[in-house]
Design a protein around this ligand. Sequence first.
Ligand SMILES: *[C@@H]1O[C@H](CO)[C@@H](O)[C@H](O)[C@H]1NC(C)=O
Ligand SMILES: *[C@@H]1O[C@H](CO)[C@@H](O)[C@H](O)[C@H]1NC(C)=O
Ligand SMILES: *[C@@H]1O[C@H](CO)[C@@H](O)[C@H](O)[C@H]1NC(C)=O
Ligand SMILES: *[C@@H]1O[C@H](CO)[C@@H](O)[C@H](O)[C@H]1NC(C)=O
Ligand SMILES: *[C@@H]1O[C@H](CO)[C@@H](O)[C@H](O)[C@H]1NC(C)=O
Ligand SMILES: *[C@@H]1O[C@H](CO)[C@@H](O)[C@H](O)[C@H]1NC(C)=O
Ligand SMILES: *[C@@H]1O[C@H](CO)[C@@H](O)[C@H](O)[C@H]1NC(C)=O
Ligand SMILES: *[C@@H]1O[C@H](CO)[C@@H](O)[C@H](O)[C@H]1NC(C)=O
Ligand SMILES: *[C@@H]1O[C@H](CO)[C@@H](O)[C@H](O)[C@H]1NC(C)=O
Ligand SMILES: *[C@@H]1O[C@H](CO)[C@@H](O)[C@H](O)[C@H]1NC(C)=O
Length: 732
Amino acid sequence: MRLVSEIATTAVAIAASLLTLVAGSPSAPECQDDAVRFEIKDAPYTNYFYSDCHSASQVVVTSPLPDSNLTVIGPRLLQQVAWPAGNSGLVAFFEPQNGVNGTLAISLTDSPSTGNALDPIYEPSSRGKGDPVVGVSGHLHLNTSARLSVPILCSIRTMRDFTEGPSLLRPEIQDAIKYTESPEGGHVSLSRLWLDNSTTTTLSFAPTASNASVTLEDGDELRFQPGTYTFNASFDYPQLQQLSPREVLSEGAQHLIKDAPEQTQSLSFLSFSDKLTAGAWRFLTYFGRDSMISMLLLGPILSSGPDSAFEAGISALLERINRTDGSAAHEETIGDYATWLNREDGMISTRPRYDYKMIDTDFFLPVVLAEYFIKNPIGRDRACELLKTTPVEDPDNAGLTYGELATLNAEKIMDITSAFASPGGQKKENLIKLKEGEVVGEWRDSGSGLGGGRIPYDVNAAIAPAGLRAIAALAEAGFFPDHPEWSDKAAQYAKVWEDETLSLFEVTVPQEEARALVDAYVEENDFPFASQGENITAPIRFHGLSLDGDDDQPIVRVMNTDDCFRHFLLNTTNEEQLSSFLSQTADNILAPYPLGLTTDVGLLVANPAFGGEPHYAEQFSKSAYHGTVVWSWQLSMMARGLERQLARCHDTSPPGFCGDEKLHGKILQAYNRLWDVIEDNADILSGEVWSWRYDGGKFVPVPLGALTPTESNIRQLWSLTFLAVRRNESLQ
Ligand SMILES: *[C@@H]1O[C@H](CO)[C@@H](O)[C@H](O)[C@H]1NC(C)=O
Ligand SMILES: *[C@@H]1O[C@H](CO)[C@@H](O)[C@H](O)[C@H]1NC(C)=O
Ligand SMILES: *[C@@H]1O[C@H](CO)[C@@H](O)[C@H](O)[C@H]1NC(C)=O
Ligand SMILES: *[C@@H]1O[C@H](CO)[C@@H](O)[C@H](O)[C@H]1NC(C)=O
Ligand SMILES: *[C@@H]1O[C@H](CO)[C@@H](O)[C@H](O)[C@H]1NC(C)=O
Ligand SMILES: *[C@@H]1O[C@H](CO)[C@@H](O)[C@H](O)[C@H]1NC(C)=O
Ligand SMILES: *[C@@H]1O[C@H](CO)[C@@H](O)[C@H](O)[C@H]1NC(C)=O
Ligand SMILES: *[C@@H]1O[C@H](CO)[C@@H](O)[C@H](O)[C@H]1NC(C)=O
Ligand SMILES: *[C@@H]1O[C@H](CO)[C@@H](O)[C@H](O)[C@H]1NC(C)=O
Ligand SMILES: *[C@@H]1O[C@H](CO)[C@@H](O)[C@H](O)[C@H]1NC(C)=O
């Protein structure tokens, strides 16, 4: 039980602050751009977004549907105030008071005074701390009497530990929640002081009509009568600056604000002046790979120059490089969760933490730098100034410049690629492997995304050589004054990596064996579609997902879309290899699943039909995150990759495949087949990943979240790339 006097004091403080609000109504400093409000329904979730120059919030209301699995989907108000510097938010789970799941529906209703679902909260700093209290306010409707069963006022990561993990609640976090009720009743508030002893998150409720009421019982139990309540959710943490739709787009792409309003708003919502974030709500913070793949695919539509999206993305990467070994960071941990982890390690500190477990991220960095500093005319002029910048995010990087950090990254790449590039070094042992003790290391980062393999195809056959090519180009342009030799050396390494890696991943399944495998795959998994095994008239060829798989499999024999990285990132020059590689990609796009990759809902990122190991079908099922499912950005990278290869036919010395009428025609056909499928699924392309069911003789899209308990992000940065990637009508 809490002391009565403590409740009283806090209540008075709240009453006093309400008074100033009503009396003085201190208004927020004006913003240059209009506030952005939008709403995305994805039953049982409804997402509301609000942002202006002071703060950005996403509110997710979850109300179970009649057919929802009630052990997974409970009524929930999840509010996330998107200060990426804090990656924080809060969540409130409700239960019907009668205890029967499914009998409570919750929803937001528009404010009767403003007509909006969400309105901003802005109060100038109240405690001399300097940071204003910001957040959102709205109206929550409960259709039957309810109790607030679990509130979590914290970091997004703590929320994810609860919703995705084994419902983990930490006493250090939960016990710090203070519950208060106004003396005259009617207004109830929850607040929690962060572990930094400085920031406070607050959630409060008040009824809007006399027949609704909320009461605080036994000190920490909120009970609600049916009705409508205003809620306020706010906190006082240093804010970052969101890039408005106008600011996030290049000059030439401003038309998208009108032509693709929702995607543009989503892009703006995820973009801030000092970082691009990966997804809302679960990944609303820095992720290296996500931001770089997005920057490369969005390329021409992103703003460049000072305070632009491109520079936000690049600075975020350079800021977070590990100065000891030059690694680029995969993910950051900041805010309350960082303080908590530091405490677990015996440190009293709010400093951020970084995760360097990925092996692909290092190589993407020079590719992005070359894209901006060499290919982009505005970026070219900005290079000097940007590379002189000193980092401020990671205290460990004090004293260095962005230029020095970029060099450390390039040194790491030159170092770890040298053995394979050396004379006679072209063997498996010298390829890039997952780090010791890690089961993931590139984009297929779920437990069995690589089929247990340790040496990924995409990293070795495409991303590493692309990194080397970019280092060569940057060195050539004078970017690494201490390493002028890299312009030749990195190009020479790149050539070896381009030409000698592909064959190590090659899988060829003879015709008869391929028929037997695909027939068995369909039969053993009771699939309702035909194997079409009789249509196999030649050996099946593809490049395995990885090497050194489970059960001593030398190659993980799972067909996949990772060819897209090579097509998108490299212009290889071994003509025979290039023709054969393009031919193989085109075949696997033109062949329908289970013979190839294409379904009515898109290219599947993995097809285990020719694996010959029953566990592949299980690992790569249609409910697996990297299984027989479709990823939006993979479609877009494949489309752009094929387009880039086809564009080489207009170069002064076009590669051989351009003159091979049959092969060239097949690649064009695959490009257009892919685009037909993309256009058939136009409505769902902004989703991250989707699965399928087979119905009426065709594949029909199904949200992956309907098949697994893991909720996906309603908006993901790298799922917005179709803003920039379009069908090239001249390629018919
Ligand atoms: C509901 O979800 C739980 C937890 O994931 C699962 O064990 C159960 O089988 C599901 N029930 C139905 C009917 O799908
Ligand atoms: C009711 O919902 C809660 C939380 O949403 C869940 O933990 C519990 O298992 C559900 N009960 C039943 C009987 O489904
Ligand atoms: C509240 O909504 C739920 C779910 O739609 C429904 O089952 C229930 O009957 C509703 N309760 C009342 C009192 O309207
Ligand atoms: C916050 O205050 C508590 C109690 O005084 C102290 O133990 C803790 O170390 C402080 N935390 C930080 C991050 O300063
Ligand atoms: C929310 O804040 C507004 C002022 O921004 C205030 O008028 C209202 O009473 C607050 N409501 C709750 C439930 O705290
Ligand atoms: C509460 O009052 C509102 C109007 O003030 C009315 O529409 C609503 O039905 C009432 N609800 C209950 C549960 O009596
Ligand atoms: C940075 O790299 C060094 C050397 O590999 C490593 O020991 C250290 O743990 C890394 N830092 C972090 C934060 O992972
Ligand atoms: C497979 O063969 C059948 C008849 O043998 C034919 O109808 C069908 O179109 C073929 N499918 C493909 C994808 O070629
Ligand atoms: C379409 O492809 C043609 C041929 O490669 C190329 O010349 C043209 O620039 C491309 N158009 C666009 C909009 O990229
Ligand atoms: C490959 O060449 C095409 C056509 O010249 C070009 O559009 C594309 O950007 C090049 N790709 C790379 C990685 O340089």
